[in-house]
Write a protein that binds this ligand. Structure first.
Ligand SMILES: *[C@@H]1O[C@H](CO)[C@@H](O)[C@H](O)[C@H]1NC(C)=O
Ligand SMILES: *[C@@H]1O[C@H](CO)[C@@H](O)[C@H](O)[C@H]1NC(C)=O
Length: 386
């Protein structure tokens, strides 16, 4: 049922994008320096229309509100469960805790982005905060892909080598996580090296990361050189390599599970693995694959100074990419029993203490049916107020 809701949301989104593209809007978003006012940039009519359109000022902020409302509590709860409520730490809970932290660090900036789009794509928080937002967005994207790759390899490892030492694996997992964080902090540095905010003439707004500024119309590549090399590298290496690792891990995982079919536990393991693969697949098809293809395409077109006809499609894929923070909790749900229990209890509006009390009173009820003197113990279950 969650998938049907997601699918209908996607359909609405595609309709928005298609209607936008068909109406002739959404050409290239390059701003050329205003000859009369060197601080301002001029965009063409199509870009100006798209910046005022409902797609960017109504639909994007609605997506970001969903990301904030779902992503903040779900990832917050995940961190809490993996840190304090998971007694036996596994490498998978270490990777998932890190994935949840990455998502949380991205989701907390959503209010600024929502405000930006609701005020007509007008960024009023200054260049430094825009840089932070952009780098946390891309940091989140590539960091998530890397942690999902680690988790996938780990799932395969558990099935293929069930007797490997837990403690040694945990140390390795922590080491890998530290390396990934260091790598991501390093690779977001280029995003701080060029300006993302552009003051436009018409509409009279300041955009954040939406308009690429071209300072010299004769030689446009000089102005987009850094982002061009950056996104080509990130798309071709930091995205594609983990993708291949994930595909190999799942092929091996399914094959390893297929070899142990006689075992009664195997069919349960197999179902769990298939659900995990489906969730990861949905995350990639919705969030990571379209945005990375469009990023590479967009900057390749910009490099040659060509007009990008699919601009609104490109920004839409970036908007969809932010949904990964809401989809990752589904991964925790299917991998971690503790997280699943906590989600169920929260949705059913009861605290774990109430569950414990219910268990106690249930056992005392069973006891009292044999022994009437314990009757007073029954019915003490209090419903918690949420
Ligand atoms: C955009 O924001 C700036 C600064 O916050 C404000 O002065 C300006 O009036 C806004 N422009 C529009 C079109 O809302
Ligand atoms: C644009 O807005 C700024 C302040 O936000 C204002 O000073 C400037 O005069 C406006 N320009 C036009 C052309 O309306």
């Amino acid at each position: 049922m969650d998938y049907t809701r997601l699918l209908s949301l996607l359909l609405v989104f595609c309709w928005f994008c298609a209607s936008d593209a068909l109406s002739g809007k959404g050409r290239g978003f390059v701003g050329f320096k205003d000859p009369e006012d060197s601080g301002r940039y001029i965009v063409d009519q199509a870009a100006s229309d798209t910046l005022k359109s409902r797609l960017t000022t109504v639909f994007y902020p609605i997506i970001y509100i969903i990301v904030f409302v779902v992503g903040l509590p779900a990832n917050g709860m995940a961190i809490w469960v993996f840190l304090f409520r998971t007694k036996k730490k596994h490498p998978s809970s270490i990777y998932m805790a890190n994935l949840a932290l990455v998502d949380l660090l991205f989701v907390i900036w959503m209010p600024l982005k929502i405000d930006y789009h609701f005020s007509g794509n007008n960024w009023s928080y200054g260049e430094p905060l825009c840089k932070v937002l952009v780098s946390f967005f891309y940091g989140n994207m590539y960091c998530s892909v890397l942690f999902i790759a680690c988790l996938s390899v780990q799932r395969y490892w558990v099935v293929a080598h069930p007797l490997s030492q837990q403690r040694k694996n945990n140390k390795l997992a922590i080491g890998i996580c530290v390396a990934i964080w260091a790598f991501i902090w390093l690779t977001t540095i280029p995003l701080y090296l060029y300006d993302h905010t552009a003051k436009l003439k018409d509409p009279n707004i300041t955009t954040c990361h939406d308009v690429n500024m071209i300072n010299d119309p004769i030689n446009p590549f000089a102005s987009v050189q850094l982002p061009y090399y950056y996104f080509i590298f990130m798309g071709m290496v930091v995205f594609l390599v983990p993708c291949v690792v994930i595909i190999v891990a799942y092929v091996l995982l399914l094959r390893a599970l297929g070899n142990t079919m006689e075992n009664s536990n195997a069919s349960k393991n197999r179902r769990k693995a298939v659900v995990l693969i489906v969730v990861v697949l949905v995350t990639f098809v919705v969030c990571f694959i379209p945005s990375n293809i469009m990023l590479v395409l967009h900057y390749s077109l910009l490099k040659d100074g060509e007009v990008d006809n699919g601009y609104s499609f490109y920004t839409s894929t970036l908007c969809l990419a932010s949904l990964n923070s809401c989809l990752d909790p589904f991964i925790y749900y299917y991998v971690s029993e503790e997280f699943r229990e906590h989600v169920k209890n929260t949705l059913l509006c009861r605290s774990s203490r109430t569950v414990e009390r219910m268990r106690v009173s249930f056992s005392s009820m069973k006891y009292s049916s044999k022994n009437k003197s314990y009757m007073s113990n029954t019915g003490t279950t209090q419903s918690s107020t949420c």
